[in-house]
Design a protein around this ligand. Structure first.
Ligand SMILES: Cc1cc2nc3c(=O)[nH]c(=O)nc-3n(C[C@H](O)[C@H](O)[C@H](O)COP(=O)(O)O)c2cc1C
Length: 358
């Protein structure tokens, strides 16, 4: 007899033309085509974290992906456009002093670096008609929901709490991506200031989101191997979204110093931090991350000013190969990540998860 979890999964896979219920996490900054193409080749869902791509660059990326045989694509954007953060010169002077201990002098206007226009990004995203438009940090406005629907693009909304899941369903989300606090990278809290307070683990979040909404739920956060995949499906997910576990694959092409440290990272060696961008995210607890969390360190500036302030340090760290100053995102299951080709990882993981589910 087929396990009931597998029936739900099969239905979801049919709807999205997948052979496995495994979705690549959209990861801004990890956007080489090789990883999503490997997901397409093995019947998973490919993804593109488009935050750092202006509309024309986004179009180029998608056209290249398609010209190389890419399949169903999840395209992800951060919503909504944040209200401009007010510069605080004295505080930022203290931050500049602190950052000087970790990298080159912070250029004068670094904190003013503009974000890409979200409306232009959304317009292009919908014109490109990916299988899925995924959002994080907030909801699509109603007119965009209608536009997505008319274009045949499904909207998957990332949430971090049950309350956010209810809001997303009411706003018309086709799928809820429940992101547990184990997750690597930024937390998707709708209210930035609540991201640390509402850090709910996936084991609690997932079944309660499943109970709270009628639409399918995709599980994200700390899923590192077949055991995590099977557990999430048993807790009610229709698919899983995996990020950190892929960062050691050659296709992810992350800096070797970052990939190498993941291999020896225990769950307690990651930390929620605002020190890179101004928004809470989970990273390796490196020297910089720990120092920035010390009581004597200045509070990070709001997003995106902190991102601008840390750009020079991050670039310098990457060219020096110094992971302790890099923006090295990592979820709590980093230690489970394997250095193996992504196609092998996906086939092996789904085969084993299937065996666990009988
Ligand atoms: C390097 C990195 C970058 C990320 N960038 C994004 C992003 O741009 N948009 C997004 O929705 N989620 C982003 N995430 C979060 C993932 O979508 C996902 O929620 C998370 O990776 C799941 O947890 P895991 O890392 O434990 O697998 C990122 C995660 C990582 C590790």
């Amino acid at each position: 007899m087929t396990h009931p979890a597998l029936l739900r999964v099969e239905q979801f896979c049919r709807q999205y033309q997948l052979q496995h219920p495994v979705v690549m996490a959209p990861m801004a900054g990890v956007t080489h085509h090789a990883l999503p193409l490997a997901f397409s080749a093995t019947g998973g869902m490919a993804a593109f974290g488009a935050l750092m791509h202006a509309a024309p660059a986004m179009e180029d990326w998608v056209l290249q992906f398609r010209s190389q045989g890419g399949g169903p694509l999840l395209l992800n954007l951060w919503m909504p456009e944040p209200a401009p953060a007010v510069p605080q010169p004295d505080h930022e002077a203290a931050l500049r002093g602190f950052l000087a201990g970790f990298g080159p002098e912070v250029p004068a206007h670094a904190a003013d670096a503009p974000l890409h226009d979200v409306n232009e990004q959304l317009e292009m995203a919908l014109a490109l008609r990916p299988a899925v438009l995924s959002t994080i940090m907030g909801l699509l406005p109603p007119e965009r929901v209608a536009q997505a629907r008319a274009a045949g693009v499904a909207w998957w909304a990332t949430v971090t709490t049950v309350a956010e899941a209810r809001l997303a369903e009411a706003a018309g989300a086709d799928v809820i991506v429940a992101q547990g606090a184990e997750a690597g990278g930024h937390r998707g809290a709708f209210v930035a200031a609540h991201a640390q307070r509402d850090a709910v683990g996936l084991m609690s979040l997932l079944p309660q989101v499943v109970d709270a909404v009628q639409v399918p739920v995709v599980a994200a956060g700390g899923i590192g191997d077949a055991r995590g995949v099977a557990a999430a499906l048993l807790l009610g997910a229709s698919a899983v979204q995996v990020g950190t576990a892929l960062l050691r694959t050659p296709e992810a092409a992350v800096h070797p110093a970052w990939a190498g440290l993941l291999a020896v990272t225990a769950p307690e060696d990651t930390q929620l931090t605002r020190a890179f961008s101004g928004r809470w995210g989970r990273a390796l607890a490196t020297d910089y991350v720990r120092a920035a969390a010390a009581p004597e360190a200045p509070e990070p500036a709001p997003y995106p000013r902190q991102r601008g302030l840390t750009t020079a340090m991050r670039a310098d760290a990457t060219s020096a190969g110094d992971v302790h100053r890099m923006q090295a995102w990592a979820g709590q299951s980093a230690g489970l990540a394997q250095a193996m080709p992504a196609e092998d990882w996906l086939r092996h993981t789904w085969q084993q998860a299937g065996a666990l589910l009988g």
